[in-house]
Every structure is written in structure tokens, then in C-alpha cells.
Design a protein around this ligand. Structure first.
Ligand SMILES: Nc1ncnc2c1ncn2[C@@H]1O[C@H](COP(=O)(O)OP(=O)(O)OP(=O)(O)O)[C@@H](O)[C@H]1O
Length: 505
């Protein structure tokens, strides 16, 4: 196959951290390469260098046989390299069409031309988005899909994508893979960072594994079972598909009755969650899970006929109320994670524990070190700023804060997004241990296999309503997905477009 990109001995130092220690590889034209590895291995750093977001400390690159050293993302794009970063930012006031055609070389297109061309591109990609919708009115997954369509419009030859599908459900993954395959059919090459094994086996032709800033191995994942792919990546024997033990505690910890929000995003929800239960909550985008969580913790207004904890009526109209009743909430938004990026790992993990004496402080710091090791957070110093950690390691800090908070009810919105496959299993075990000690956990996730592995029961939401609560001993990924799609009697293949459903913008 014809070589498109050659990377030779690229290194990158961030202050004292050697994020890349000499990486060399080639990418062929029309190839989809998966870039994988533990949190902090250097994947985003490598993609940032390829996309012109940051310069390497040393090393060289060639694109199409020519020296390639982009000084900015615009310069990379002028060479035919387009990218979507892990924490991509869009202008909320742009329309979908303006976002798709935002590159300067589209400046000659009139608004009508942009709208018409955007409509064609969206339709042929199986997306029923309105080209005139405001980007700021789309949810994150929708914004990500528009960003991928932008890469088609940009007529790139190399496409770089960093964990675009981290919170996608199976349906969105299918849409995303369809668009990516189109990019490849049109002759482009793709480098894609993902932690999801299902994506690696269905989309990726070759996998490059990074470990501590070096290429540890390469392999072709087609036809390999999930456990083997996971082993190639982590060098650990991970077990998939295990179901939780039978659940016995009948004590109702949290009871809400007829909960609705004034904007109609949540309608008449009644839930009874038991002590020590891990309760899953899933659905398609805009189905109401995040809105329900926000209402339960008093972030958004809601009405109910009863809200009880351990049988006692409570009033929850603000996050402070929720916290005072022992309810913690981990948001799925990067800007609401509750961590302070300009403060140290230790300070973030010890937050709230003030006025400690020397002995207590030493003990607390030992605990922090143990937690950092258990979660495999890649750092050499617990006094370094959280903002210097990789995306997945920052997510682990946010989650660890809640796991150590002592709250008896935890509502966790996509808690394992961005977390590598090995650490994800460790965190699953930690959540189970927490539940065994009596904590009630609401796990909001789009990943049906994660829900089945961790939860005792799973509620499926559609259009703001809880349409079913399934005992996980009896449900499958297929039954959950069918409920989410509202196609219980039809085959559950993802459809091209769902015109008329609320998910349309
Ligand atoms: N701005 C920065 N300052 C200091 N160190 C940094 C900075 N950005 C990244 N690092 C460090 O560089 C290393 C590689 O980080 P990078 O974000 O590339 O990892 P990653 O493989 O993409 O991880 P993840 O899967 O969590 O996204 C990590 O040790 C990280 O802490």
C-alpha cells in the first residue's frame, strides 16, 4: 500500500514529563489505524503533534513524501490533515452549516450554498440534523457527529480523531462508523484514538499500542476475540461479560414519585432504588437521563409527589441540599467535573478534609498515593497540578473524589468515559465494593455491556419517560437497545435515519 505519512523518532517533553520518547511509524493511504493504550500513554500528545496543535520536541514527519511540520491546525489543514481533539470546542452561535464550512477555504461559499451542501452531506451521512440549528443547542454527541461531517467537507487526506465516540451509544457508534467508512472509501486515512474494544474490532484495520511514550506493539484486530484484543493492549487477562451477583437487600434508600420537569424533558418518573444497588439508567441522546439526574440533585427545577431517603421526606432544591442528604453527582461535562485543574492531585483528592494535624496529613497523603496507584493514574508527583494529567486520568480524579466522599447515594453520569480498558475494570470492581458496603449508585451510561456487567437493574428512558426497568439477570444488550429505540418488535439494526423522533434537532 502507498505510504501517506511517515513519523520518525518523534519526542515530546511537557515540562519534566517525557510524554513521547521516540515514536516511529507509517500510515498507508486509505488505512484506519487505532491508537490505543493506557491513560497518559501519550496518544493525545501524538495526535496533537500530527494535527499542528503542538510542536514535537524532536523528530521529523513526512506527508506524501514531503517534509511535514505544521505550526498550527490551519497549516495542517492546508496540507490535508484535519482533526477533532478530545476536548474539541465549537462556536455555540454557529449554525450546523457554518460549523461544517468553517475552514477559511470555504469562505467563498454563500450561506445558501453552505446550507444546501450541508444538507446533502448530513443526509448522505444518515444524520437528520437541521443545517440551521445552533451548535450550542446540540448535545455533545450531536456536536461530535457534526464535527466528523466537517472532516468530509474539508476534503482531507488524513483524518485524526481523539475519542470522538467516548459517550456514544450503539446507535451513534453505528452512525459514526458509517461516516468514517465513507471517509476511507473516499481514499482518506484515519488515525483514531479509542478505549472501546467494540470499536477496535469493528472499525480499525491496524492497532498501534502506546505505552509510556513508546510504541509497545502493533497488531491486526480483525476476527480477534475481545479478551485477546484487551490482552494485546493491557497485557492483563481481563474478563468481559460477567454479571453481578444476585441482589438481596430490600431496603428502599431513594424513592421519588411522579417526578417531572417544567420543560417536559422528564415526565412522571417514579423510581425506588435499594440500599447497595447499582442501578443503570440508559437511553438515546435527549431521552432525559441527564435531565433526570440534574433534577434529582437540585440543579434544575422539578416537581414530585414524594422524594424520600430511607423513608423520610426530604427537600432537594439545590446541589447543596442534595449533598446535605448524602447525594453526590458526577457530571458528564468536562467543565462540571468538580475538579480544580490548577490545584494538585493531593488537594483535589483531599478536598473538604481541612484543619488536619501533621499525623493526619501524613496518613491522608499515604491514602492519596494508594488511591493514585490503585487507579493507575500516571504521574510522578501527587503535588503536581491535575491540569497536567491526561484526559482519562483527570476523569479518574473526578470519580475518585466522589467514591471517597462518604455519600450514600452517588449519581454517576458516564463515569468511565475516557478511561482505559484495564482501569475501567478496576473501577467497576471499586464501584461494586462501594455498593456492597451499602452505597446506592445510579450509573448513567450509553454502553449496554457496561450496564449489564455492573448494574442489578437498568431503567431505559425514551422521550423523558422511564419506559422500562429491566432486571439485568434477564436483559441483554439487544433488549436494552430495542427499548431505547422503541422498536421492541422490530430487528434492532441501527436505522439510517429516524425522522420525526425527538432525537432530531
Ligand atoms: N500540558 C501538560 N503539562 C504537563 N504534562 C502533560 C501535559 N499534557 C499532557 N501531559 C502529560 O503527558 C503524558 C501523556 O499525556 P496524553 O494526554 O498524551 O495521554 P493519553 O495517552 O492521550 O491519555 P488519555 O487516554 O487519558 O487521554 C501524561 O503523563 C500527561 O500527564
Amino acid at each position: 500500500m502507498e505510504t501517506l505519512l511517515t513519523v520518525t523518532n518523534v519526542t515530546k517533553n511537557h515540562d519534566m514529563t517525557r510524554a513521547l520518547k521516540g515514536v516511529s511509524f507509517e500510515i498507508a493511504r486509505g488505512e484506519v489505524v487505532g491508537l490505543v493504550g493506557e491513560n497518559g500513554a501519550g496518544k493525545s500528545t501524538l495526535l496533537s503533534i500530527l494535527g499542528g496543535w503542538t510542536a514535537p520536541t524532536s523528530g521529523s514527519m513526512e506527508l506524501d513524501g514531503e517534509p511535514y511540520a505544521p505550526q498550527s491546525p490551519e497549516e495542517a489543514l492546508a496540507c490535508g490533515v484535519g482533526s477533532i481533539q478530545q476536548k474539541f470546542v465549537v462556536d455555540p452561535d454557529h449554525t450546523v452549516a457554518q460549523n461544517i464550512f468553517r475552514a477559511s477555504f470555504h469562505a467563498d461559499k454563500s450561506p445558501e450554498e453552505q446550507r444546501e451542501r450541508a444538507r446533502e452531506l448530513l443526509e448522505s451521512s444518515g444524520l437528520d440534523f437541521d443545517p440551521d440549528a445552533r451548535m450550542g443547542d446540540l448535545v455533545r454527541a450531536e456536536q461530535a457527529l457534526v464535527e466528523v461531517v466537517r472532516l468530509i467537507a474539508e476534503e482531507t487526506q488524513l483524518v485524526l480523531m481523539d475519542e470522538v465516540a467516548a459517550t456514544f451509544n450503539d446507535f451513534e457508534i453505528a452512525q459514526f462508523h458509517q461516516i468514517t467508512r465513507r471517509l476511507v472509501r473516499e481514499g482518506r486515512s484515519v488515525i483514531y484514538i479509542t478505549h472501546r474494544i467494540d470499536e477496535i474490532s469493528s472499525l480499525v484495520g491496524r492497532v498501534i499500542v502506546l505505552r509510556e511514550g513508546l510504541i509497545a506493539r502493533e497488531f491486526h484486530p480483525r476476527a480477534m476475540p475481545a479478551t485477546e484484543i484487551a490482552y494485546e493492549i493491557t497485557q492483563r487477562e481481563l474478563v468481559f461479560g460477567r454479571r453481578p451477583d444476585e441482589f438481596e437487600d430490600e431496603h428502599t434508600r431513594l424513592y421519588v414519585e411522579h417526578l417531572s420537569t417544567p420543560d417536559g424533558h422528564v415526565r412522571d418518573v417514579t423510581l425506588a432504588l435499594r440500599r447497595g444497588e447499582i442501578f443503570g439508567l440508559t437511553g438515546l441522546r435527549r431521552a432525559g437521563m441527564t435531565e433526570l439526574a440534574s433534577a434529582l440533585v437540585g440543579v434544575t427545577p422539578a416537581t414530585w409527589s414524594a422524594y424520600r431517603i430511607d423513608g423520610a421526606d426530604v427537600e432537594v432544591t439545590s446541589p447543596a441540599d442534595a449533598l446535605s442528604h448524602g447525594i453526590g453527582y458526577l457530571s458528564d461535562r468536562d467543565d462540571e467535573l468538580g475538579i480544580t485543574t490548577e490545584e494538585s492531585i493531593a488537594k483535589n483528592l483531599l478536598d473538604g478534609r481541612v484543619a488536619m494535624g501533621f499525623r493526619e496529613e501524613v496518613a491522608a497523603l499515604r491514602e492519596v498515593v494508594a488511591q493514585v496507584q490503585k487507579l493507575r493514574i500516571r504521574t510522578t508527583d501527587i503535588q503536581s497540578d491535575v491540569g497536567k494529567l491526561s484526559g482519562g486520568n483527570q476523569q479518574k480524579i473526578a470519580l475518585a473524589r466522589w467514591m471517597g466522599s462518604g455519600c450514600e447515594i452517588l449519581i454517576l453520569n458516564h463515569p468511565t468515559r475516557g478511561i482505559d480498558v484495564g482501569a475501567r475494570q478496576d473501577i467497576g470492581e471499586m464501584l461494586k465494593e462501594l455498593a456492597q458496603r451499602g452505597t446506592t449508585i445510579v450509573l448513567i451510561s450509553s454502553d449496554m455491556s457496561e450496564l449489564l456487567e455492573l448494574c442489578n437493574r437498568t431503567a431505559v428512558m425514551r422521550d423523558g419517560v422511564v419506559v422500562s426497568v429491566q432486571d439485568n439477570a434477564e436483559s441483554t444488550e439487544d433488549t436494552l437497545m430495542r427499548e431505547a429505540l422503541g422498536v421492541m418488535d422490530e430487528p434492532s439494526e441501527p436505522r439510517q435515519s429516524r425522522r420525526g423522533e425527538r432525537a432530531a434537532v
